[in-house]
Each structure stands twice: as C-alpha cells, then as structure tokens.
Write a protein that binds this ligand. Sequence first.
Ligand SMILES: [Zn+2]
Length: 75
Amino acid sequence: MSTRITVHCNTEWAEGSCPTSLMTDAHTVAEARQAAVELGWRAHPDGRDFCPSCSGTRRSSYTPVVHLHPTRTTP
Ligand SMILES: [Zn+2]
C-alpha cells in the first residue's frame, strides 16, 4: 500500500489559483513538503506551499512527480 501526498501551490489571484502541484509518494505531509522544498518549492510554517515559479525559485526543469520510496516490484 502506497501513500500519495500531493503538494499544491497555494498562490491565489483574483481570477483563480495556481494549478501547479507536486505529486509524491511520501508517507507524511512533512516528508512531502521537504521533498518539495528540495525541488525549489517554498513551504510556509502556516501550512501553505508555493511552487518554484511562484516563489521565485527558478529551476531548469519542472518536476511534477517525485518518488521518495521507489519500489522494486515494477518491472
Ligand atoms: Zn504556483
């Protein structure tokens, strides 16, 4: 059984909100947010997270999914 925790960007505009999210296979929210931070996300203590583009942390490539606990069952 694998847990999937998705970190969502909490940036909001007048027209809507940022659709960016990061899917992880972290076991805890804290672990998921830590992985996001390592990818350039900004995790605020109040529980809101901001994607790299919204937080100003530019990365050369956007990573939509991060695997923290790779399984060897997949061929
Ligand atoms: Zn964003």
